[in-house]
Write a protein that binds this ligand. Structure first.
Ligand code: KG4
Ligand code: ZN
Length: 328
């Protein structure tokens, strides 16, 4: 059975085809360039973009896979969380297509999709149960969460951010330093240029209580703001701030993951979301997996940001498990 996935929860219009957990095509068109002028996603612009491009993105995904709409056996679409106007475009498109083709439409959760993205290039087939259990970590622009995942349908949230998401913190620091939007890649680039040992000791929040799995990134963002206000303006100082910020954030993520591993007794960890594009974070987590004895799965770079392959794969897995909670 071929599953067509649709993702329009934020600023990416994405459609993908998946069969037995294998990605046949994965098409993404982003409106991110239109938002950069405003320093963040403008919901109205995002929804209009989805409306304009969803059809051509779907057509391209079918063409890339060498299939036609008649080959589709299931449609999976992101139903939450996300910008309401953006979600609506994907859901309406999915329902219309499902109605026309007479195939079921499965609504899925975007964040669990980010976790499933970790397995898109592995041999662990959906529905076989061999992926589970694991500690799931979502590090994105809108969310920072830790889950105890026993199956695609049996998931408990055990930690989340109390204020900003980690990607949002990268974006806000970038905005403070006038680095453009989205900020993550640029903060990482400048951090990599820093040479020196005068690292700024930015605050690492919520580490005192050894059982606390929550995150907080608003304090570090404010600390960056005050530091930048009083420091000498220049590229070297920006590099120093980016490096120190990235190091502090990475430290916190590592510590929280190890706490979740201890709390759950699970040594398998899967981490996905746009922030997993960060190579320093990936390297640090890989190191941690060696010293901490973890069985670590990171979302492949091409599936770390928002995409529809993860949505199709999750929909397929839920369908195989007998889930029929369809949106149509
Ligand atoms: O998962 P995603 O594509 O969209 C959401 O569901 O939010 O994540 C986007 C976030 C943005 O905040 C962006 O700045 C961040 O991921 N990001 C990065 C990097 N690349 C993207 N953060 C840190 N380092 C990066 N290289
Ligand atoms: Zn996302």
């Amino acid at each position: 059975m071929i599953t067509l996935g649709i993702e329009t929860s934020c600023d990416e219009t994405a459609v993908a085809l998946v069969e037995q957990g294998r990605v046949l095509s994965c098409e993404v068109s982003s409106s991110v360039g239109l938002h950069s002028f405003y320093g963040g996603v403008v919901p109205e612009i995002a929804s209009r973009y989805h409306t304009e491009y969803i059809f051509s993105v779907a057509a391209k995904a079918l063409e890339d896979a060498g299939r036609t709409a008649r080959d589709i056996g299931l449609i999976a679409v992101t139903v939450s969380p996300g910008l309401p106007g953006s979600l609506l475009v994907g859901i309406a498109f999915a329902r219309a297509l499902g109605f026309a083709l007479d195939v079921p439409v499965m609504g899925v959760d975007h964040l669990i999709g980010h976790l499933v993205s970790c397995f898109l290039k592995t041999e662990e087939r959906p529905g076989s149960g061999e992926r589970y259990p694991f500690v799931g970590v979502v590090l994105s622009g809108g969310h920072t969460s830790i889950y105890e995942v026993r199956s695609a349908r049996d998931i408990d949230l055990i930690g989340s951010t109390r204020d900003d998401a980690v990607g949002e913190a990268f974006d806000k620091v970038a905005k403070l330093l006038d680095l453009g939007y989205p900020g993550g890649p640029e903060v990482e680039r400048l951090a990599g240029k820093f040479r020196g040992d005068d690292i700024i000791d930015f605050p690492r929040a919520l580490l005192r209580d050894k059982d606390d799995l929550d995150f907080s990134f608003s304090g570090i963002k404010t600390a960056v703001m005050y530091h930048w206000k009083t420091s000498e303006k220049g590229i070297r100082e920006k590099e120093r701030i980016c490096h120190s910020f990235q190091r502090a954030v990475t430290d916190v993520i590592k510590q929280k993951i190890m706490r979740a591993v201890r709390r759950t007794g699970m040594s398998k960890v899967a981490a996905g979301g746009g922030v997993l594009n960060n190579l320093v974070l990936r390297t640090e987590l890989t190191e941690l997996s060696k010293t901490g004895g973890l069985d670590l799965y990171l979302s492949p770079i091409e599936y770390s940001g928002d995409n529809a392959a993860m949505i199709a794969s999750l929909g397929e897995e839920l369908y195989i498990m007998g889930e029929r909670a369809c949106v149509i």
